[in-house]
Design a protein around this ligand. Structure first.
Ligand SMILES: [Zn+2]
Length: 62
């Protein structure tokens, strides 16, 4: 084990479905965070998936 192996980001869970198409992808990437859950998308949808709601989208001022 090297020090780098401890600082690498953890890969997404292998059984996490894409938030867009629902398919499970071993190469899913994190696209957002909602209701305490990290959202993932497959590479095909990672670039097109809308991120989680932003403050201005929820009508929160400031
Ligand atoms: Zn997808």
């Amino acid at each position: 084990m090297t020090r780098d192996s401890l600082t690498q980001p953890l890969p997404p869970p292998a059984d996490t479905p894409c938030a867009v198409c629902g398919r499970v992808s071993p190469a899913a990437v994190e696209i957002g965070y909602r209701d305490g859950t990290v959202l993932y998308a497959c590479p095909q949808h990672a670039g097109t998936a809308a991120p989680g709601p932003l403050p201005h989208e929820l009508g929160v001022a400031g």
